[in-house]
Design a protein around this ligand. Structure first.
Ligand SMILES: [Zn+2]
Length: 116
């Protein structure tokens, strides 16, 4: 993975991530799975946004982005659910509901609650 974001210590805020959506794989009320591309280096990422309802408060909004190769992106057209496994099996970017944005290799428990 050669994306410039991988070397960046301070990632700033997610709104400034240079990602452009390429295709949408799947969407449900609380989960969106899509393909996007870094506009600076053309690295493909599978993106997943999850909103978890919290009684009496605004939804918790999570964001995940995992780098993928073009053939993996193609395979996800047929089997979008596999995108969740990709996030949980390799290093990915996480946007925590509290606003933190970081690289992690930890599986995301919140994805087990997600459904497509
Ligand atoms: Zn990049």
């Amino acid at each position: 993975m050669r994306c410039h974001l991988a070397e960046q210590e301070n990632l700033g805020v997610a709104g400034e991530l240079p990602f452009e959506t390429v295709a949408e794989y799947a969407k449900s009320e609380h989960v969106k799975l899509y393909l996007c591309m870094c506009t600076k280096c053309a690295q493909l990422y599978v993106g997943c946004s999850v909103s978890i309802p919290v009684a009496g408060f605004a939804d918790d909004r999570w964001g995940f982005w995992v780098p993928v190769k073009p053939h993996e992106a193609d395979a996800l057209q047929r089997e979008p659910q596999a995108g969740l496994e990709l996030i949980n099996s390799r290093k990915h970017l996480t946007l925590h509901p509290d606003g933190q944005l970081y690289w992690t290799s930890m599986p995301e428990l919140v994805l087990n609650m997600a459904f497509l």
